[in-house]
Ligand binder design. Structure first.
Ligand SMILES: *[C@@H]1O[C@H](CO)[C@@H](O)[C@H](O)[C@H]1NC(C)=O
Ligand SMILES: *[C@@H]1O[C@H](CO)[C@@H](O)[C@H](O)[C@H]1NC(C)=O
Length: 341
């Protein structure tokens, strides 16, 4: 057989040598690639080990204590808008604060005015920041957004809030002033005795149901600037949207309160561990219903929707809703209904 190779014609011989050379090159190339991927694998393993070492170090008492201290210094402010089912959520905080070891404090502004005097603003910010014994703290109250960074304190609180369909919120407020609710049934309300329905109010052009009364969620998020309270201000709408995105950790909607509670529990377990369970089991007891509420007719709703003020408040509500749904879509929902990031 060897002889037959030697007797190959020179042309074939040349071809055979060439084929051999090409094959060698291909094999060499493969070996090189294998080498490269082995190196890559080794680097990955090394990185993984580094990450593990860092994780183990994270368990070190020093770092852990720093994280805990940071959490124990946390302040949450829930500047609730009236009639957004906010009491239900606030009650959850009261129910959890003992077990989860945090304090719940009510922000009592003078005359229930959502705008504080400059003097009160400074006092409030300094008091919240310096009051160590109350931290971690959950503050709630009907007060417009306040930018802590303006007052020379180093740490900002985490703001959260809930918004509601603007017409439903106004209807709820209208009947609340007249009939109160089942939460404090004995309390005398400002418009008690007035039997006029919301529909009658709108068709007769009453002031308690005027479109101007819809202007509330925008100024609550916009804050303490004069322009925020200028009914129909485009700047106020933009500022409210800006604050919602940049200054609020999470803004839920009344219509989907359970998901709001779930996401909060996943994001801030230090405060809200057990909140979802509590919300589900206590749904009835946490619900505060305005009694005697009559839903508005289509005509009433259509009339309010013609106003520019409704269009802006609704624009803000839909903006908040879209952002909330975006946050929710990026939380992985597990089978048992628990949310995990
Ligand atoms: C809030 O302050 C007013 C006086 O400004 C007082 O009458 C009222 O009882 C206070 N409410 C709470 C819940 O502390
Ligand atoms: C904050 O204000 C409360 C009364 O409203 C007071 O009892 C408390 O001492 C104040 N805390 C600080 C650190 O100023």
């Amino acid at each position: 057989m060897g002889l037959s190779r030697i007797t190959m014609p020179p042309k074939i011989q040349l071809l055979a040598v060439l084929a051999f050379g090409v094959a060698m090159l291909l094999i060499e190339n493969q070996i090189q690639r294998l080498d490269e991927s082995r190196a890559k694998l080794e680097r990955t393993i090394a990185r993984h080990e580094v990450a593990e070492v860092e994780l183990r170090h994270g368990d070190d008492d020093g770092k852990r204590e720093a994280v805990l201290a940071h959490e124990d210094d946390a302040v949450i402010i829930y500047n609730r808008v009236p009639k957004t089912a906010s009491t239900s959520f606030t009650n959850i905080a009261y129910d959890l604060c003992g077990k989860n070891r945090f304090h719940v404090l009510h922000i009592n502004t003078s005359k229930n005015n959502p705008v504080m005097s400059l003097q009160d603003q400074v006092r409030f910010v300094q008091n919240v920041s310096a009051w160590r014994e109350m931290k971690p703290a959950f503050y709630h109250g009907h007060v417009a957004y306040l930018d802590f960074s303006k007052y020379g304190v180093t740490r900002k609180p985490m703001y959260i809030n809930v918004v509601r369909d603007p017409i439903e919120r106004l209807v709820s407020y209208y009947y609340f002033l007249r009939f109160g609710d089942d939460y404090r049934p004995g309390l005398r309300r400002r418009k008690q005795g007035d039997k006029k329905t919301f529909d009658e109010c709108v068709s007769s052009g009453g002031s308690d149901c005027a479109p101007e009364k819809l202007w509330l969620q925008i100024p609550f998020f916009c804050g303490h600037h004069a322009e925020c309270w200028n009914v129909g201000s485009k700047w106020a709408l933009e500022q409210a949207k800006y604050n919602l995105l940049n200054e609020f950790l999470l803004v839920g909607v009344t219509e989907e309160l359970e998901d709001f509670v779930m996401i909060l529990e996943a994001a801030l377990p230090r405060f809200f561990r057990g909140a979802t369970e509590l919300y589900r089991t206590g749904k009835k007891s946490h619900l505060r219903k305005t009694t005697e509420k009559k839903p508005p007719t289509k005509e009433t709703t259509a009339k309010l929707q013609q106003s520019d003020i409704w269009k802006m408040e609704n624009d803000f509500y839909e903006f908040a809703l879209e952002q909330f749904q975006f946050v929710r879509a990026h939380a992985v929902r597990e089978k048992n209904g628990e949310l995990r990031w």
